[in-house]
Design a binder for this molecule. Structure first.
Ligand code: C2E
Ligand code: CA
Ligand code: CA
Length: 588
């Protein structure tokens, strides 16, 4: 509910009917009697309601539109400003749909005809409005919080930082620190993803302990944190930051205990000054990260401050890795592995996600997290992405020719690929040349792709959708998702991020979020896939709550095409015999 529950001991909904004549109050109170637990209060004027809102003692308002439309509009606007999340239901006689929709556009939750108001109608509206408000609240929480550590996430940190930089009031100098673990990929590999998560969580707790009241902390990457610090009482920012960085390092250095063993995790801290080192949040975070890379060159825990020489050093020299990736593309060193998607109703494999691997002639198998970020930064993701569509297209045609594939193959599209003006045209050409059946192709997008340049992205998606390609929203819950965007775009499926699934059976918050996402998807008539399902408990939970499909190590790791093809040939309902195990299909 909108209000603080502390002031509402019996937990009933406190609804205010705002009408000067009293006719609406009379009608509504007969339909929602107090003996059924409804708490209705009558207010004739806005002033009285305003006082109640200030005391956070209102959960919902019925607004009787009894004078002119313009008065009603103004009242909705005032209420929206006073209480942005308060559900407002307008009741009126003789209001046209057009007028009602206009009021909804400026913030009314719904509108109802007063004379024909019936018990079923009012109860259905209440339950719809309340459910919608609950889902918006949950989405908001998802937008702002990192599910693992429960601190702010990247999106909300960027937003807060940019708001700070944009604020006209002159800010006293601050320092932005980015902190991460050296060699985290290796650590994650050695301890397994659960172990990796546990270390990140412990690191986050140590940072939270060190946090002063005025400081901000967020998790902005897998093992990467950002912290904004500010000296109190006019102390000079440079010596202050030096002292704070040293304090943090001494807190982060002691070993981390996981599964009865001590693990060393060396941390590096990079520092950039705000606003000295950039006018935009992006620039400042990037510069703090450059400083952190410098710190990494020192053995053990250390920190470094950004200076201009770091910038020129990086930007002029394309890395050796970049050159190697370029060669890899020509020499056919990339390959796609396939991770089955299992339909929960039938227990059958109905599709797969295509995941890229680099078979390096000297270094062996390289996982995408180690090269996709650089490919995105350098733009090489554009040709690599086309290669992936081409390669997945050939595979899916092979499977269809044998009648093995019922569903779709999902190919990941990076936000960076949308910067390519020719995206839709090139994909159309690949599809035509290879005669790819688009009804078996799907693109997986992350929410970040959608918010970069909405209009262009939308146009591309619509063009590709017209060819028959479906779209799914990847890592759902970790980024920014608005209802409006979800409804506007032809997105067919939401993929619940792995981080919510890992503790779904033991963490009530995660369970609630997963339930909310499944409901949200179904309300919007979209399918929902849970990613990263590793255990029977997780599967049981998802099945009990109506999730449509699952993907995860519980059924299979991503595997080479030939193995996937064989698996489809043997495709028995997989739920009955929950193998193969992790060990049976190893991609590392
Ligand atoms: P993603 O799209 O979220 O892919 C799912 C990742 O979760 C895959 O990691 C997959 O192996 C892993 N995974 C699946 N089930 C489980 C599970 O039960 N437990 C755990 N711990 N992990 C599981 P992978 O293959 O390393 O890929 C990482 C990311 O690289 C992908 O994340 C995607 O963002 C990116 N990527 C992979 N292939 C491509 C590609 O062709 N193009 C682009 N642009 N990005 C790609
Ligand atoms: Ca994906
Ligand atoms: Ca994903």
């Amino acid at each position: 509910m909108y209000s603080a529950q502390t002031q509402n001991p019996d937990n009933a909904m406190r609804m205010v009917v705002l009408d000067s004549s009293g006719t609406a109050m009379q009608r509504i109170s007969t339909l929602l009697p107090s003996f059924e637990g409804y708490r209705l209060h009558h207010q004739r004027q806005l002033g009285g309601l305003r006082r109640l809102l200030n005391m956070a003692a209102v959960d919902l308002v019925f607004l009787h539109c009894e004078h002119s439309m313009s008065t009603c509009r103004r009242t909705v606007e005032i209420l929206r400003n006073l209480a942005p999340e308060l559900p407002i239901i307008v009741v009126a006689d003789g209001m046209s749909d057009q007028q009602g929709e206009l009021l909804q556009a400026i913030g009314a939750s719904d509108y109802l005809p007063l004379e024909q108001l019936s018990r079923p109608l009012i109860k259905r509206t209440l339950s719809y409005v309340i459910r919608h408000e609950k889902q918006s609240r949950q989405l908001k929480r998802l937008r702002h919080h990192d599910p693992l550590t429960r601190i702010s996430n990247r999106t909300s940190f960027y937003r807060a930082l940019n708001a700070l930089l944009d604020s006209p009031a002159k800010q006293s100098p601050m320092a932005l620190l980015t902190i991460d673990i050296d060699g985290f990929t290796r650590l994650n590999h050695n301890l397994g993803p659960r172990g990796g998560d546990a270390i990140v969580l412990m690191l986050s707790k140590r940072l939270q302990q060190a946090l002063q009241p005025s400081e901000q902390l967020a998790r902005i990457g897998t093992d990467e944190f950002a912290m904004l610090i500010q000296p109190r009482g006019g102390e000079n920012i440079y010596p202050y930051t030096k002292t704070r960085a040293a304090q943090l390092l001494s807190l982060l250095t002691p070993p981390y205990r996981y599964n009865g063993h001590d693990t060393m995790a060396h941390c590096s801290i990079g520092v950039a000054m705000v606003p000295e080192h950039g006018e935009r949040g992006d620039d400042i975070i990037r510069r703090a990260s450059l400083a952190r890379f410098k710190a990494k060159k020192t053995h053990g825990c250390s920190y470094a401050l950004f200076d201009e020489s770091l910038e020129t050093h990086i930007s002029n020299a394309p890395s050796a890795m970049e050159a190697e990736m370029f060669t890899a593309l020509r020499a056919n060193q990339f390959t796609l592995y396939y991770q089955p998607r299992v339909e929960l109703n039938s227990g059958r494999i109905i599709g797969a996600e295509a995941l890229i691997r680099w078979l390096h002639p000297k270094k062996g198998l390289i996982m995408p997290d180690a090269f996709i970020p650089l490919a995105e930064e350098s733009g090489l993701i554009v040709p690599i992405g086309y290669w992936a569509v081409h390669s997945a297209g050939i595979s899916l045609m092979k499977l269809r020719a044998q009648g093995l594939l019922q569903g779709r193959i999902g190919v990941n599209l990076s936000f960076r690929q949308f910067k390519d003006e020719q995206l839709a045209a090139t994909i159309t050409r690949i599809i035509e040349q290879q005669q790819i059946d688009t009804c078996a192709l799907e693109f997986e997008l992350t929410e970040s792709a959608l918010i970069k340049d909405e209009r262009h992205v939308r146009a591309c998606i619509e063009q590709l959708n017209a060819l028959g390609i479906a779209f799914s929203l990847d890592d759902f819950g970790t980024g920014y998702s608005s209802f409006a965007l979800l409804q506007k775009l032809p997105i067919h499926t939401l993929k619940i991020d792995r981080s919510f699934i890992s503790n779904v059976h033991c963490n009530p918050d995660d369970a609630e979020i997963v339930r909310a996402i499944i409901n949200l998807a179904h309300n919007l008539e979209k399918a929902v896939i849970a990613e990263g399902v590793e255990t029977r408990e997780q599967l049981d939970f998802l099945q009990a709550h109506g999730c449509d499909q699952v993907q995860g190590y519980y059924f299979s790791r991503p595997i080479p095409f030939e193995e996937f093809e064989q698996m489809l040939r043997d495709n028995q309902p997989t739920l009955a015999q929950p193998t193969p195990s992790d060990a049976a299909y190893s991609d590392s």
